[in-house]
Design a protein around this ligand. Structure first.
Ligand SMILES: O=C(O)CCC(=O)C(=O)O
Length: 264
C-alpha cells in the first residue's frame, strides 16, 4: 500500500491517539474557548535542543529565513522545519497534539506547516487576526456550523511572560463566524475580552485556526521563541506543500505513519 493511502485513523492509532488522549476538560476548552493549554509536552532538554537548532538555522539562512512561507519585520521566522532536521518529527507526531487536531478537524487531516517565530526585543506586536479567511460565504457558514479549516499550535521554547510578547487570544471567537475588524477599528489595540497566554517553556497551546489571536510586544532584551505546528483538513491546500518540499533524506527516514500525516 502506498503511504499516502494509509488511513489517517490507522496512523493516529499507531501513534497512540485514543478517545481519552485528551481529558474531557481539555476537549471542552478546545470546543468552547477555541484553545487548550497542554503542559509538559516537551522536556527542558528538548526545549534547549529546539532553541539550538532553530538558532543555527536562523544564522545559516540569514536574510532568506522564512522566505518559503512568510517573513515579518521585527521577527525571525523559519519555515519548512520538517525538512531541516529529524529533531522536529516529534512536533508533528505528538499524540496529544494529534488528538487536538482530530477534535477540531475530524479524522481526515494533514500537516499544514511547521515554522518558527522569534520576536526580537522591542518588536513582535501583531494585529489581532485569525489564521483563516475565505471569500466564499458558504465556507463562513460552515464555520458557524462548527466545521473548521485549520488547527495551529504554539510550542513555547521560552516561557511566556507578561513582558516578553506572549500570544493574546480572544476566547470563543472561533465560533463567531466573523473577523476582528467587525468589532475593532484598530486591530493593534487591546480587545476587551483578550487574555495573554502565560505558561512555562515545554507547554504547547493548541488552538482553532479561527480563533482571534496575535503576538504581542516583546519588552525584554531577549528573544521570545516559539514553533508553530499547524494542520489542515486533508482536502485543503497546505501552507507548505509537503510533496514539493520533501527532500530525499527526509523521505528516507519517515515512517508510513509520518508520510500519511504529511500526505507525501
Ligand atoms: O507567535 C505568536 O505569538 C503568534 C503568531 C501568529 O499568530 C502569527 O504569526 O500568525
Amino acid at each position: 500500500m502506498a503511504n499516502t493511502e494509509m488511513d489517517t485513523e490507522r496512523a493516529l492509532r499507531d501513534l497512540g491517539v485514543h478517545e481519552d488522549t485528551l481529558t474531557g476538560a481539555e476537549k471542552a476548552s478546545l470546543d468552547e474557548q477555541g484553545f487548550v493549554v497542554l503542559g509538559g509536552m516537551f522536556s527542558p532538554a528538548q526545549a534547549a535542543a529546539f532553541r539550538r537548532r532553530t538558532e543555527e538555522l536562523a544564522a545559516q539562512e540569514g536574510e532568506e529565513a522564512g522566505k518559503e512561507a512568510q517573513q515579518e519585520k521585527g521577527v525571525i521566522r523559519l519555515a519548512d522545519l520538517i525538512n531541516k532536521d529529524p529533531i522536529f518529527e516529534y512536533c508533528f507526531t505528538h499524540a496529544r497534539l494529534l488528538a487536538a487536531a482530530r477534535r477540531v478537524l475530524g479524522p481526515s487531516f494533514r500537516v499544514d506547516s511547521l515554522n518558527a517565530r522569534f520576536s526580537l526585543p522591542g518588536d513582535g506586536h501583531q494585529a489581532l487576526h485569525a489564521d483563516w479567511g475565505s471569500e466564499d460565504p458558504a465556507e463562513w457558514e460552515a464555520v458557524r456550523q462548527g466545521r473548521y479549516f485549520g488547527m495551529n499550535s504554539l510550542w513555547l521554547l521560552d516561557p511566556f511572560t507578561p513582558e516578553n510578547g506572549a500570544t493574546r487570544v480572544v476566547p470563543g471567537t472561533h465560533r463567531s463566524g466573523g473577523v476582528p475588524r467587525d468589532e475593532m477599528a484598530d486591530l493593534f489595540a487591546p480587545h476587551p475580552r483578550e487574555l495573554l497566554l502565560l505558561a512555562p517553556a515545554g507547554t504547547v497551546v493548541a488552538f482553532n485556526s479561527h480563533l482571534w489571536h496575535g503576538g504581542t510586544l516583546n519588552r525584554t532584551g531577549d528573544l521570545r521563541r516559539v514553533l508553530h505546528m499547524a494542520y489542515v483538513p486533508r482536502h485543503r491546500k497546505q501552507l507548505t506543500n509537503q510533496r514539493q518540499h520533501l527532500r530525499p533524506e527526509t523521505s528516507r527516514r519517515l515512517t508510513p505513519q509520518m508520510k500519511c500525516l504529511l500526505d507525501v
